[in-house]
Design a binder for this molecule. Sequence first.
Ligand SMILES: N[C@@H](CCC(=O)N[C@@H](CS)C(=O)NCC(=O)O)C(=O)O
Length: 207
Amino acid sequence: MIVVHHLENSRSQRILWLLEELGLPYEVRRYARNVKTMLAPEALRAVHPLGKAPVIEDGARIVAETGAIVEYLVEKAGDRLGPPANREAVLRYRYFLHYAEGSMMPPLFGLLVVNRLGLLGRPARKPIQAMLDRHLDWLESELSGRDWFACDQFTAADVMMSFPLEVSRTRGGLGESRPNLIDWLERIHARPAYGEALAKGGPYAYA
Ligand SMILES: N[C@@H](CCC(=O)N[C@@H](CS)C(=O)NCC(=O)O)C(=O)O
């Protein structure tokens, strides 16, 4: 049985969702954030030295890093929701799998930090928001020609993209001016597996 170490209100929600989509059995260990620092509790360090979520255990194997966990689970499910058949779509699938954490999360994290800094962070707010806006404009145009990020079908690349886009809507200025992205968010939230994962994961402020 797969064990998911899940931090409340965090990107590890994606792993619960993917497991529900794939129909793989799993158990959730929930961790609460420190209310002041918002950091994960020390207990997560016993699972992996970085003490971040998500981390999964599959028997004796420990897998950390969302994208690596997504690939691991898709492989375990016989490539379901994995790389599409068409070459161009395969490249897009791979791209978005890496892009979500590698390129899109950094400006969102930057925004979080400058907002926390209050007045001190103010000068950095505009340039970081401009950086994020470029991402959002481009993603909006990507979804003008197809329903999902990799191809015309829902894939694990969409699961990866959920967290940065949900955070963008909550505190990154994503709204009705980008209808393709809003429509995509509504479609992922309407999926039964998404709801099941929410019920299992506990507090999640971004749905
Ligand atoms: N790129 C990593 C990021 C991991 C990460 O930063 N996780 C956050 C959850 S949103 C976390 O554990 N934060 C609590 C902390 O840093 O103490 C991944 O996708 O797995």
